[in-house]
Design a protein around this ligand. Structure first.
Ligand SMILES: Nc1ncnc2c1ncn2[C@@H]1O[C@H](COP(=O)(O)OP(=O)(O)O)[C@@H](O)[C@H]1O
Ligand SMILES: [Mg+2]
Length: 458
């Protein structure tokens, strides 16, 4: 049996001159650390295009260099940290800063997954740090509780801002934090609130992201109590709570008593110009150009979602580079869409996929995409009557009604409520509306006769 390549000696070939020192060193290194050309049998296997030290494999490789720059240009799997990559959202950011600064309110920032909450929070945090706020960012998880979260927050606030500890005291000089003053047993909102009243010479912004993930009711109640304590005593500490929700009550239903101390800021879908800005920012960073028609497709398909825009740009630009080009064409966007569809498909159950494709075969994508886009723009929910009204004529409206009924019967749609104004529905699997929307968008490429790049290249 052949040994794995790593253990095989590579200097066993006979009749070759003795290796020099440099060669000896190279030979002593296992193959996996060498940049030699791969053996012919593995030449067709995909390879990493750059070293882990972020160097392209060849210095003159402009496509390798573009590929590396692209990693910072469109980051669909990460929020934006770099101001230069942050598009739009000026009004939301302005409203957040004003209410923190001028009204001393606590904020709740809510919206769909992927709408850009965390990216926005990073920009807010950096603006606050610029104004010398102490900013503590914490991302919640299912098991988050008050004690653990606020102990960690306290450990980021230096003791020298506590009025009882002048900067010259030994404790403050050793770099201690407020956490050193917390009791060893479970921290209660009142104790943390009391500590906050003692803060001077700074202001603190505590950002709790992904708050919807926290499952503990006690945590939510404790947080409500803390907001009440902080608001009653005009303390120099403000909270920013962010999470996935269709409305404020869904995210902070346990905080009704402190509503007047909170400003709720929904993060809406991005207008087309802001999606365009996102594309342009990435072009500037990567040196790759997106042609106007490719850009139009990206703006149309993303329908206001920065996540989808970023995902499409990322895949499309990689496809262009694979094809040895530095300009993104509509065919690259078509192939990016195909990949996005494939990825989304893995997040949908087999049964739902089968039903969805059967319906698409029976009725086409027009009405299904109308339903999907109503759901995507309505924070996950949609009003069946409003969608029927948009269907375009009585026959289509009736067809739309029967599709909704069928999807509900298949348990793909769930009837949320009938509040007297109409029936509201939501997709049970949250990838389904995006999937339907993408399928319909694929149709527009077919109509324009644009074949995906990777299909053409084969
Ligand atoms: N204002 C923005 N400018 C550029 N890209 C953005 C912006 N907002 C979000 N994105 C991109 O969208 C994706 C989702 O953003 P994120 O902030 O993680 O959303 P959320 O926290 O709401 O789930 C990320 O890939 C991010 O890079
Ligand atoms: Mg987030």
């Amino acid at each position: 049996m052949a040994l794995p390549k790593l253990f095989r000696s590579s200097n066993k070939r006979k009749g070759q001159p003795a290796p020099d020192a440099a060669q000896k060193l190279r030979l002593a290194l296992p193959d996996m650390f060498q940049q030699a050309a791969p053996a012919s049998s593995s030449a067709d296997l995909p390879r990493f295009s750059a070293s882990a030290a972020d160097q392209p494999n060849r210095r003159d490789d402009r496509f390798g260099a573009a590929r590396m720059k692209l990693r910072n240009a469109y980051t669909p799997s990460q929020p934006v940290f770099d101001r230069r990559m942050f598009a739009g959202r000026l009004n939301v950011l302005k409203a957040a800063i004003r209410s923190i600064e001028d009204q001393r309110l606590h904020l709740v920032i809510y919206g769909e997954r992927g709408i850009g909450k965390t990216s926005l929070l990073h920009m807010l945090a950096s603006a606050a740090r610029e104004a010398r706020y102490i900013v503590v960012y914490s991302s919640c998880g299912a098991a988050s509780n008050f004690d653990e979260t606020f102990r960690a927050v306290a450990s980021d606030i230096p003791l020298l801002f506590h009025s009882d500890y002048a900067p010259t005291t030994a404790e403050a000089e050793t770099g201690s934090s407020l956490a050193s003053l917390l009791p060893t047993r479970k921290v209660l909102p009142r104790q943390f609130g009391d500590l906050c009243t003692k803060l001077t010479g700074t202001r603190v912004l505590i950002i709790l992201d992904e708050f919807d993930r926290a499952e503990s009711l006690e945590f939510r109640r404790d947080l409500a109590e803390l907001i009440k304590i902080l608001s009653d005593r005009s303390v120099r500490v403000q909270l920013v709570i962010a999470g996935v929700a269709a409305d404020l009550a869904e995210l902070v239903e346990h905080i009704p008593s402190v509503r007047r101390n909170i400003l709720a800021i929904p993060v809406p879908l991005m207008p087309a110009e802001e999606i365009g800005e996102l594309v342009t920012n990435g072009e500037r960073t990567s040196g790759i150009t997106v042609t106007p028609s490719a850009r139009d497709h990206i703006v149309a398909i993303s329908a206001g979602s920065p996540y989808i825009a970023s995902l499409l740009c990322h895949h499309a630009a990689l496809d262009a580079i694979d094809d040895q080009r530095l300009d993104v064409l509509p065919s690259d966007v078509a192939s990016a869409l195909e990949q996005a569809l494939g990825e989304l498909g893995t997040r949908i159950s087999k049964n739902t996929m089968a039903q969805v494709h059967r319906l698409v075969n029976d009725t086409g994508t027009d009405l299904l995409s109308l339903i999907a886009s109503a759901s995507l723009s309505g924070g996950g929910e949609f009003d069946a009557a409003a969608v029927e009204a948009k269907a375009g004529g009585a026959t289509k409206a009736a067809r739309c009604k029967s599709i909704v009924a069928e999807l509900a019967a298949q348990q793909i749609l769930l009837q949320e409520r009938d509040d007297g104004f109409g029936k509201r529905y939501a997709f049970i699997e949250d990838a389904v509306p995006s999937y339907l929307w993408f399928l319909a968008q694929q149709q527009t490429f077919r109509e324009e006769d644009v074949a995906p790049q990777r299909v053409r290249a084969r």
